[in-house]
Design a protein around this ligand. Structure first.
Ligand SMILES: Cc1cc2nc3c(=O)[nH]c(=O)nc-3n(C[C@H](O)[C@H](O)[C@H](O)COP(=O)(O)OP(=O)(O)OC[C@H]3O[C@@H](n4cnc5c(N)ncnc54)[C@H](O)[C@@H]3O)c2cc1C
Length: 219
């Protein structure tokens, strides 16, 4: 059974950012690291947008930036200059490819495309099994979301955010690619919090998102 210093269970945003920073630090060259994920991370499974004030190590994978944005509610609509911030977009696949490209050059870092089936924390080490293999390690970084953590407690209300997105392509020029629309609350609220995003990439192409936020008490 192969032993690793670190096993990342799940290789999504948290794991890949951490692994990339570990690589960049140069402090883990003598550590064996295994990343395991049920997904091959080769699909563009999401689009991330986020704020930044200055460029970061992720500049190479930012595919679009906006420096002004519309905010609206039922009675109000204003285009906000968001300077000194920028609103930036990263396509999931660009991020995954960028990080895996860097990690794959390191002989001490291995990626395994398998589902983790068991994690057992023992006194001196951690046992991890996948569908076809077993490992031990000093430490795990576990990204698997456990729904029971939310549903089997009654202390906290849980804020849930659901959203649906459409990638729109128009035959005519209808968007201003310099201006995002975010937090447009002018849509019907229907007793909870609802808002739209319009993130234009060009005059004819945009991502539209419809968000719904509500609190739930379990049990
Ligand atoms: C469509 C979409 C759009 C989003 N947009 C934004 C945004 O604009 N801005 C923002 O800040 N956040 C956004 N988010 C949220 C953001 O993606 C998450 O907060 C973030 O990905 C969480 O990181 P994570 O590493 O914890 O989980 P994930 O990135 O989900 O990674 C978890 C990984 O674990 C793997 N996994 C699960 N079970 C197993 C198993 N049994 N064995 C092996 N591997 C397993 C999964 O395949 C996955 O790769 C968005 C999310 C979605 C779905």
């Amino acid at each position: 059974m192969k032993h690793y210093h670190y096993i990342f269970i799940g290789s999504g945003l948290a794991a890949l950012m951490t692994a990339y920073k570990m690589l960049q630090s140069g402090n883990f060259k003598d550590k064996n690291i295994l990343l395991v994920d049920a997904s091959s991370k080769k699909a563009n499974d999401r689009t991330w947008c986020f704020w930044q004030k200055e460029n970061t190590i992720w500049e190479a994978v930012i595919s679009k930036k906006w420096d002004s944005a519309w905010f609206a509610n039922e009675n109000f609509k204003r285009n906000l200059d968001i300077n000194p911030y920028e609103y930036c977009k990263i396509s999931g696949i660009d991020f995954y490819s960028f990080v895996f490209d860097a990690l794959s050059k390191e002989t001490n870092i291995t990626f395994l495309n398998e589902k983790v089936t068991n994690i057992n924390e023992l006194d001196t080490h951690v046992y991890v099994s996948t569908e076809n293999a077993e490992f031990t390690c000093d430490q795990v970084l576990n990204s698997i979301w456990n729904r029971n953590t939310l549903t089997q407690q009654s202390k906290f209300r849980v804020l849930q955010q659901h959203f649906i997105g459409w990638h729109i392509q128009s035959s005519e020029s209808v968007f201003n690619p310099k201006e995002a629309t975010f937090m447009d609350f002018s849509v019907a609220q229907k007793g909870n919090t609802r808002f739209m995003y319009v993130l234009p990439f060009s005059e004819k192409e945009a991502l539209l998102e419809y968000h719904l936020v509500f609190g739930t008490s379990f049990r």
